[in-house]
Design a protein around this ligand. Structure first.
Ligand code: ZN
Length: 246
């Protein structure tokens, strides 16, 4: 099965549209949205409506911490994230907020577990940024393959039983093999706010039959999104970072 995994869209309409164009050409069997549909970006209503349509057409979608903050109000976020969450709440209709509120913390598909932050205490939103956190994520689940987002930095962790996982930085647009003898955590890069120094939008294409995963990069008009962020009165840094991928 070929599964396109879109994480951390963050209300970035231009990035989402560019990515969906590529996804459409690739014709995957399924689509998974890995949370943080909203937050930071200027088009939360558009992105939630797009997600609703995709889910109606068979996509799966999990909850992210910024989606939760839009529904319940921000708590414990950085100042920019906090400010953007308060603004996002004012932009969404009751129906759009109800869609976010109903999202599950995790879903399973074809033997893989999909969760926004980590399989370990997903509701506490820990970051899988190193081998230790990846090991804790794997220990909390039976799944051989776990896909997370949340860090906005694409990464892969290979684990043999009883050993600490080994980190690997996937190359852009190049398939990375998955081993039947190992378990894996795949950290999917962000569609709408990449932080690995590459401003191009990122999504993952998982091929469970060929046992490989590819981080696909899609350039989009980030300066246009940055102008909308400024026009909405959101912090200027949120537009700046889109253009430098930080
Ligand atoms: Zn995020």
């Amino acid at each position: 099965m070929r599964i396109a995994v879109l994480s951390d869209i963050h209300a970035n309409r231009e990035a989402l549209e560019a990515v969906l164009e590529v996804v459409h050409r690739l014709q995957p069997d399924r689509l998974v949205l890995l949370g943080d549909l909203v937050g930071y970006g200027p088009d939360p209503g558009f992105v939630v409506d797009a997600a609703k349509q995709l889910v109606a057409a068979g996509a799966l979608c999990v909850l992210g911490n910024h989606d939760e903050a839009a529904v319940h109000g921000p708590s414990g976020m950085t100042p920019h994230a906090h400010e953007a969450a308060l603004w996002t709440r004012t932009q969404l209709s009751a129906e759009q907020l109800a869609f976010l509120a109903a999202l599950p913390l995790s879903v399973e598909l074809d033997g893989a577990l999909f969760v926004h932050a980590s399989a370990r205490m997903p509701q506490a939103w820990p970051y899988v940024t190193d081998a230790h956190a990846a090991g804790q994520c794997l220990a909390a689940s039976e799944a051989a393959l776990i896909l997370c987002g949340h860090t906005h930095v694409p990464a892969l962790f290979y684990a043999r039983p009883g050993r600490e996982p080994v980190p690997f930085t996937p190359r852009r647009n190049l398939a990375a093999p998955l081993s039947a003898l190992r378990r894996h955590v795949v950290v999917v890069g962000a569609v709408g706010q990449p932080r690995d120094g590459d401003p191009a939008a990122c999504f993952a294409l998982l091929d469970t039959k060929r046992a490989e995963v590819t981080m696909i990069r899609v350039p989009y008009d980030a300066p246009a999104t940055a102008r909308k962020i400024a026009a909405a009165g959101l912090p200027e840094w949120l537009g700046m970072r889109l253009q430098i991928g930080r």
